[in-house]
Design a protein around this ligand. Structure first.
Ligand SMILES: [Zn+2]
Length: 205
């Protein structure tokens, strides 16, 4: 990222919305926005393989591994406004597990890019599948979208739940339900988790 060019662009933006980029409160804003953007999109510069590959361990069990309530913050690619919430990750190992601390890190790497919630969910699932070759992977993400809330459109749809179910989580209803029940019982989910009712809210307009 060329910070000088980003700062110039922010100055243009400030002028076009009717502000004076040179007034006292705004003089350092272009610099701050550039730094914030660089941080919030730092996932583009992170090599996913380097995050996961040194933390794989061989195991001889195949019990479900679950990491719940991973906080994430991302930017919607349609409006560059935040969406944020909780990510719940589960997988059933075939012969490999990944260090537990690497799962939130993986969520973070994909969150710090311009995203739509559905793709973010699928990227986390696909990475765990290709890295671990597990028997199955289940991801549920629940998020509030500020682009919906703040613009006052379809307020009732500003909260979205997405899921990606691969392998045994897709083919075996009992495995999927075990995961979803564990999320529901602890009161983690704000919405009913009937897989048929989960879906992505289109907010491109
Ligand atoms: Zn949006």
């Amino acid at each position: 990222m060329n910070c000088d060019r980003v700062q110039d662009a922010v100055r243009v933006l400030l002028s076009e919305i009717g502000e004076d980029p040179d007034r006292e409160g705004l003089t350092r804003t272009p610099d701050r926005v550039a730094k914030a953007l660089r941080f919030l999109t730092s996932g583009y510069e992170t090599d996913v393989a380097s995050v996961v590959n040194d933390a794989l361990f061989t195991v001889d069990y195949s019990e479900m591994v679950i990491v719940k309530d991973i906080d994430f913050y991302s930017l919607c690619e349609h409006h560059l406004l935040p969406f944020f919430g909780k990510c719940h990750v589960a997988y059933i190992p075939r012969d490999k597990v990944i260090g537990l601390s690497k799962i939130p890190r993986l969520v973070e790497v994909f969150s710090r890019r311009l995203q739509v919630q559905e793709r973010l969910t699928n990227q986390i699932a696909a990475t765990l599948r290709s890295t671990l070759n597990p028997l199955g992977v289940g991801i549920v993400m629940e998020a509030t979208h500020l682009c919906m809330l703040m613009r006052g459109v379809e307020k009732q749809n500003s909260f979205a739940v997405t899921s990606a179910m691969l392998g045994s989580f897709r083919s075996d209803a009992r495995t999927r339900l075990e995961f979803l029940e564990l999320l529901k019982q602890r009161g983690h989910m704000r919405m009913a988790l009937d897989p048929a009712s989960t879906g992505y809210v289109n907010h491109e307009e």
